[in-house]
Design a protein around this ligand. Sequence first.
Ligand SMILES: Cc1cc2nc3c(=O)[nH]c(=O)nc-3n(C[C@H](O)[C@H](O)[C@H](O)COP(=O)(O)OP(=O)(O)OC[C@H]3O[C@@H](n4cnc5c(N)ncnc54)[C@H](O)[C@@H]3O)c2cc1C
Length: 361
Amino acid sequence: MDRDKVKTEVLVVGGGAIGASVARHFALAGRQVILVDAKAKPGLVNSSRNSGVIHAGLYYANSPIKEKMCIRGKHLLYEYCREKNVPFQQLGKLIVAQASEEPLLNRIFERAANNEVPARLLSGGEIQRSFPGLSCVAALKSPSTGIVDTQSLIQSLVLDFEAAGGLLHCRAHVLRIETSAGLAQAVLEDGTLVTADIVINSAGLNALRLVPPGVEHSYENFYLKGSYFSYTGGVPFKTLVYPLPSQGGLGIHLTLDLAGRARFGPDTLAVSNPDFTVRPEDRLKFGAAVKQYWPGCNLKKLSPDYAGIRPKLKLEGMIVPDFIFLQSHLSGGSKIVSLLGMDSPGLTCCLAVAEQVFEMT
Ligand SMILES: Cc1cc2nc3c(=O)[nH]c(=O)nc-3n(C[C@H](O)[C@H](O)[C@H](O)COP(=O)(O)OP(=O)(O)OC[C@H]3O[C@@H](n4cnc5c(N)ncnc54)[C@H](O)[C@@H]3O)c2cc1C
């Protein structure tokens, strides 16, 4: 049986925050774009399973691409939210240090100063006066950190995309991306074959698997799950509170949503398959982590909420700390760009990643 054949200038696989931003960018530039996503609507995977934080750009000394894109992406995202009325709040955050952690806090502060990211160190005394419930010896205040309503953001990106003539297909599962006669094509589960001048593989957890055979690389995937526990009854803080980063994550922190609801997370747990369930028995572990900086935390108020999964990469056994843009130019003129390792702060960076991908192709 003949498969349906479709041709387009640009095909974007994956409608998370990054794929939707990339598709929007190309459509606004007047290109003919198709965006496909396996789920019933865009943004249902990691883009809605995160802290919803607009990061300031404080943590990425070993990840130059993330650092550059986070700082640029933060500005673009605030500007975009203001322009499109996407709900957000620039409520700032504190990174709190316990006794042995001050050197690391100071290094984060120095890096912020070098990168002109607003940040201020607070002494123990200042913290006691302004945040009486917090337990720490010093803290870094980051006024440019904020939160965004991720669902509204993705909806708005997709609306822009469609208004610019882009075509969105949901429940369109890409089985593989392949090359034929120097052209790039995607094979969908329903048999459709989409040929495109440019294919952007932005399939998040599945992006590495979709890199076409023949594109040389030695990356391996691994998944780090991050779970959240919600906190009933509210917390006495109006700002986000983070410990120092540890074990591949930013530490179990307090994040607030736009309705003021509090949740703590994410932890880091290596998993072999994406599984988004949150284990109720982890409550004690979460409670202990939170009590280090907020002794008033009541464990009975913690309830399992949701989880996301970081798509991490290894190269020759070493963890790759940065985003990877894996490009291939085919003899027939097609280009394929695979976006790999798009973990945090990918939400913050989504508009900057779109700029970068557009410039590369
Ligand atoms: C626990 C956690 C907390 C985080 N917190 C933050 C934060 O506070 N701030 C921040 O900036 N970043 C944060 N991040 C990172 C951020 O969530 C991601 O970087 C971002 O969502 C990645 O977007 P994406 O579009 O690449 O991936 P996704 O959102 O995962 O989207 C990929 C899309 O591809 C689709 N897809 C997959 N396979 C196929 C296929 N075969 N065919 C068709 N479609 C397919 C999926 O359905 C999905 O919609 C966090 C991440 C995690 C895991």
